[in-house]
Design a protein around this ligand. Sequence first.
Ligand code: HEC
Ligand code: HEC
Ligand code: HEC
Ligand code: HEC
Ligand code: HEC
Length: 501
Amino acid sequence: MPLLPKSLSPNIARLANYARNPLTVLGFGLTTLSGLTLIVFLALEVAGQVDNPYTGVFGSAFLPVVFVGGLLLMPLGILRRRRALMRSGQSAEAIATYPNLDFNDPHLRRVALGIAALTVINVVVLATSSVVGLNFMDTAKFCGTVCHKVMRPEYTAYQNSPHSRVKCVQCHIGPGASWAVKSKFDGLRQVWKVMTGTYSHPIPSPVHTLRPARDTCESCHWPAKHYGDKLRVIGRFAEDDKNSASFTALLLRTGGGAVGAGQPHGGIHWWHIYADNRIRYLATDQRRQEIAWVELTTPDGKRTEFTREDAKLPAADDIQKAARVMDCIDCHNRPTHLFETPAKAVDSVLQRQAELRDLPFFKREAVEAVSAVYATHDQGVAGVRLSVADFYRKTYPDLAARDGKLIARAADEAAGVYDRTVFSEMNTNSKTHPNNIGHDDSPGCYRCHDGNMKATKGDQVIPNDCDTCHAILLDGSPKEPDLGQLVMAPPPAPAPAEAKP
Ligand code: HEC
Ligand code: HEC
Ligand code: HEC
Ligand code: HEC
Ligand code: HEC
């Protein structure tokens, strides 16, 4: 039994003739070579030997491209030679007579079988490598380090965040194919920008094309789970010689509890994203820091619009088009890429490492060193370390001689603060990417809750009272509070009337 009908032989013969050209041979060579390399690469990948992102890109992006390029070159060469042969006036029969293919010939059958088998292997190799490649592109390592310089700020902050075990793609792309495809195309545009050096410094936020939070955050943070109120103890330190401490304890009304005795359930999450309340707003700047118009729609369908007295509003139609429905990211804009202010970042160090509070002026010196301007990130890290160590060597030589180890640690910690929060090459820091939770370093909640956002009808105002959002349990105590006491103790007795002098 011949493998192929006899009538096909002249066609295959012609094909074999056409294939004798440099392009097709080159294509064959490239495909074979890259195919074999890919097999080796995949074996290494399976054995867990590939974790360098550049090797990863080589294996999962470069090799498959060469492979496919080779595959494309083969027919291209064939087509060109066919045209050339036709033009040179050779008759179809003449072309077809070379070589004479007879599938009764067991040798030829083996060759044909071989080609078929190679094709199957090609397909398997290509499919596997693209799956492995796409998976690799989903890792935080790929996202964070391939464009090393560009993503350094976000990757660094991410590694120090509560989401450091969540993949970038789980927030940026989320489940489902359509956003994955969209992001790969978006990625190509970004790669182009990086290659041509036309990306912006810093990478701007908000990310206007970010997938809506209900598809990403809410795949883990189930919205129906109402968070209980959250106790936060915040340590702040003065820039004096004692780094004087003051502790504030806030009970943040993140939701769950009633606003007051006998009142219905209420709280931060409940008001803005649960309970079918819908809040929309219009920002007048790119960064959504200046809000000029807010609309609240309650489940009973009642709409209330708020605006500021001096706000210059666009026409009503334009407001409707541009308004944004508030979701998680309008408050949690830095859930994982938080660039703390120098003062707060140094405070967190002092709160964790009480020994450093004994170093005179540590807070002041560290903040000053971190706030100085350095040409590059690495120079900054080294500069901060040197500056803090130098201060103690020059101003407190005795202390430096006695407690060299502690001072070295202090210098390291200050350098670490710079390392985590300032990225001069990318012009990224706490000022370029402010945190919207809170109200002291940037407007945050006060973008709406500053007390000037008034209803267009009636006298309702988006509330600003200090206990709307948190109960202040402790305000500026010099001692770290005993949490058990703080929560269990009965409310403090009213202060005794001040003794008259
Ligand atoms: C917990 C969810 C989450 C994870 C995980 C996450 N991001 Fe983001 N990222 C965000 C949000 C939210 C924003 C948008 C902030 C805004 O719009 O103001 C953002 C913004 C960015 C920006 C724009 C610049 C900026 O700082 O706002 C870059 C770049 C970025 N992310 C890269 C990454 C990389 C790289 C990773 C993985 C190493 C990652 N992200 C992981 C939530 C996440
Ligand atoms: C893949 C799951 C996942 C996704 C997606 C995710 N988170 Fe989280 N998030 C977590 C986990 C797990 C924690 C708890 C981490 C811990 O306490 O160590 C957390 C913690 C948090 C916290 C508390 C942080 C703190 O300081 O304790 C906030 C706020 C938060 N996430 C917001 C978000 C927002 C906003 C998004 C969407 C942009 C998001 N998360 C997306 C898993 C996720
Ligand atoms: C109106 C602003 C606002 C919106 C909108 C918002 N949050 Fe929050 N969320 C907060 C504040 C404020 C806190 C407390 C922050 C702190 O720890 O200081 C918080 C805390 C959290 C925490 C930590 C809870 C705990 O007890 O530790 C999680 C998780 C969280 N939010 C998830 C979400 C998710 C998911 C969404 C969107 C579905 C969302 N938030 C929308 C303001 C908001
Ligand atoms: C885009 C505007 C906007 C932003 C930003 C915003 N809110 Fe609100 N918030 C509102 C509106 C509108 C209401 C409903 C006001 C009303 O009913 O009068 C509200 C209500 C509340 C309430 C309930 C008030 C009550 O009557 O008991 C709390 C608590 C609250 N917000 C906390 C926060 C916190 C905390 C932040 C920052 C993390 C924040 N909000 C950011 C618009 C905003
Ligand atoms: C719209 C809600 C809201 C209102 C109104 C509000 N706060 Fe806050 N406040 C917050 C949130 C949210 C935080 C942030 C906690 C955090 O850092 O996660 C905060 C943090 C603070 C802190 C700690 C700052 C630090 O050192 O980190 C103090 C102190 C404070 N608020 C005092 C006040 C006072 C005083 C008022 C009244 C004039 C007030 N707040 C009104 C929401 C509010």
